[in-house]
Design a protein around this ligand. Structure first.
Ligand SMILES: NC(=O)c1ccc[n+]([C@@H]2O[C@H](COP(=O)([O-])OP(=O)(O)OC[C@H]3O[C@@H](n4cnc5c(N)ncnc54)[C@H](OP(=O)(O)O)[C@@H]3O)[C@@H](O)[C@H]2O)c1
Length: 129
């Protein structure tokens, strides 16, 4: 697929990304926010006990990483508002029913809004049983 047609496809689309704090997921999210800022929204599902710890993971393990430096420079003082507008955090676990999402309104919103699911949640520790 040509980059131009991928960008066109992503325009105004909402994307659910699982395993959002993982290696591939953050590269994926950063790249799209940088090259297609007109993406409508990312729903980032990560394992967290509650919304507060999800925010902590977002800042420490995703947008706080050097990977996001270029996007930060590009957005300047609008970086925080851009992130708030484009990212909805979903504390969850894909091995649980309804992805472990406890907020029914959020489940309904996602059912209505999500156009694309990118499932990158995985156990990549090969010592696990
Ligand atoms: N990296 C590569 O070069 C590469 C190449 C080809 C294919 N892949 C595949 O792409 C996928 C992602 O790889 P990666 O390198 O990004 O792995 P990673 O860095 O280990 O990220 C995986 C993420 O999945 C999350 N996760 C695990 N179980 C979960 C669950 N039950 N519910 C929600 N989240 C869960 C982990 O969460 P926690 O942070 O909470 O542990 C972690 O953040 C894997 O299937 C891998 O085999 C990777």
């Amino acid at each position: 697929m040509e980059l131009g047609s991928a960008l066109h496809f992503l325009d105004n689309k909402s994307i659910l990304v699982t395993g959002a704090a993982g290696f591939l997921a953050k590269i994926f999210v950063e790249k799209i926010l940088r090259v297609q800022p007109n993406v409508k929204k990312f729903y980032l599902l990560l394992r967290a006990a509650d919304h507060k710890s999800a925010i902590h993971r977002l800042h420490n393990e995703i947008i706080g990483k050097d990977l996001f430096k270029v996007l930060k420079e590009k957005c300047g003082k609008n970086f925080s508002s851009f992130i708030s507008e484009k990212i909805t955090l979903i504390p969850g676990d894909i091995s649980h029913e309804d992805l472990g999402i406890k907020d029914c309104n959020l489940v309904q919103e996602m059912l209505n809004e999500v156009d694309v699911v990118v499932n990158l949640a995985a156990t990549t520790n090969f010592d696990k049983r």
